[in-house]
Design a protein. Structure first.
Length: 91
């Protein structure tokens, strides 16, 4: 009625052959994706394992049950070093 025919099971279905693989990429394009993955993984691993920011000492003291003591002399030394710069234009 709608152009449909019943399935004929007396013959084996034809096999569809997979297409050939694409040709290799020329030059450095074939190394771009692996190098990108390596750089991304390396950067992520570096920041994951070297994540000791300013609050690391505070949180490590809190997790071990210790008391964090703030060293004010350290900040004063940094401030003094910032103020003692030589500006060649001043007389």
């Amino acid at each position: 009625m709608f152009g449909l025919r019943p399935v004929d099971y007396s013959t084996a279905p034809s096999l569809i052959i997979a297409p050939a693989p694409p040709p290799p990429k020329p030059g450095l394009r074939k190394y771009f994706f692996p190098m990108t993955l390596f750089a991304t993984f390396g950067t992520t691993a570096y920041f994951y394992f070297n994540n000791q920011n300013d609050s690391y000492e505070y949180w490590s003291a809190m997790q071990t049950g210790g008391i964090y003591t703030y060293d004010e002399d350290e900040d004063e030394d940094e401030d003094e070093n910032d103020d003692n710069y030589d500006d060649g234009d001043k007389k």
